[in-house]
Ligand binder design. Structure first.
Ligand code: ZN
Length: 344
């Protein structure tokens, strides 16, 4: 990212690891909608910033205090790389370490992963070794898509056999659908209008699909849940309209679990009556993609155990030197794109 609205290649030196850090040689990366938000100015003005936060690679160098990693190890970094000694981490919220959303360092407070080499702070705590039987093109999905999507389900208090609606079936919504199934949901309702995404949602475990362009989402959810609303709604889009829908379709005592990025407007509105005039025993859960070695190891175990094949979301593949075209396809949502994978 040269500046807001402009991207292209640039030359930078290979980063050096501090005592607790590692430098990773990138092998595979994924482009994320967040990269587009960043280029449009979503996190404020940035210049000469390397984009990207979803990558796997091979350890190139480690600092003197790194105990568990050696050059040559195949590794996955979480998209979020917390400071584990920070008070927020000690309070149980490492993604918020170093200030609100401060665990989000790649392509934000430091250079990201769309480069031949990238730097990882606190390498022992933030890098996971990738099992031999998990290929790079699956492991790379754990960095953000699985971690964020599954978080939506984990924070959703889904009762075993419970009912879940997932608003939008983009890559995070699709992984929230998988997460809801893994958490024991008995009925998963995906809301989505794009046919290719509807189809993928079904293969990932959505029992019902509601097309919001032709159906009344609220009426249909009530019909599917015997008039009560769902136990859990996972909001995976991040608009005022979908958030209102989330409140309306969730039963009293239920949970609205947000994984959407609210990029527009100053306020998000809560429909007062559907919120039980503030007394509906409803939980609104929020979170930023969890990172960390243990988290990544768990996600890799899910992939190794073939409980999910995230590589079905890869609609496009490019070599690193085709990055500009790859970014354009992801950014402009050309050609039914879901995820664009980059080979280095
Ligand atoms: Zn991402």
């Amino acid at each position: 990212m040269r500046e807001i609205g402009s991207v292209g290649f640039t030359e930078k030196p290979i980063p050096e690891p501090g005592p607790n850090d590692a430098v990773v040689r990138t092998t595979t990366a994924l482009i994320c909608t967040s990269d587009s938000h960043t280029v449009r100015g979503g996190i404020g003005p940035r210049t000469d910033l390397t984009l990207g936060h979803e990558a796997v690679g091979v350890v190139h160098a480690v600092g003197s205090e790194v105990a568990n990693l050696r050059p040559g190890d195949r590794v996955l970094s979480g998209a979020i790389t917390p400071d584990w000694g920070d008070p927020a981490s000690q309070n149980g919220f490492p993604s918020q370490s170093g200030g609100p959303l401060g665990g989000f360092k790649f392509a934000n407070s430091k250079d990201g992963v769309f480069a031949e080499y990238f730097h990882v702070n606190e390498a022992d705590a933030n890098l996971a070794k990738i099992p031999d039987d998990v290929p790079d093109d699956r492991a790379v999905y754990c960095a953000d898509m699985l971690s964020t999507g599954f978080m939506g389900a984990e924070k959703g208090n889904i009762p075993i056999g419970g009912t879940v609606a997932v608003l939008a079936q983009g890559p995070v919504g699709l992984m929230a659908t998988v997460g809801a199934r893994l958490c024991g949901a008995g009925l998963v309702i995906g809301v989505e209008s794009v046919p290719a995404r509807q189809k993928l949602a079904r293969t990932y475990g959505a029992d019902e699909i509601i097309d919001f362009t032709t159906e009344d989402v609220e009426a249909r959810v009530l019909e599917l849940t015997g008039g009560t609303g769902v136990d859990t709604t996972i909001e995976a889009l991040g608009t005022d309209a979908t958030f209102r829908t989330a409140i309306r379709i969730t039963r009293p005592g239920g949970t609205v679990s947000n994984v959407g990025y609210f990029g527009e407007g100053d306020y998000v509105h809560i429909p007062r009556a559907d919120w039980g005039v503030g007394m509906a025993d409803m939980t609104i859960a929020t979170g930023l993609c969890p990172g960390g070695r243990l988290r990544m190891e768990r996600l890799l175990r899910i992939v190794a155990g073939r409980r999910v094949d995230p590589s079905r979301m890869t609609t496009h593949e490019f070599a690193f030197d085709e990055m500009e075209r790859a970014f354009e396809i992801s950014d402009k949502k050309i050609d039914d794109v879901i995820k664009v994978l980059i080979r280095f």
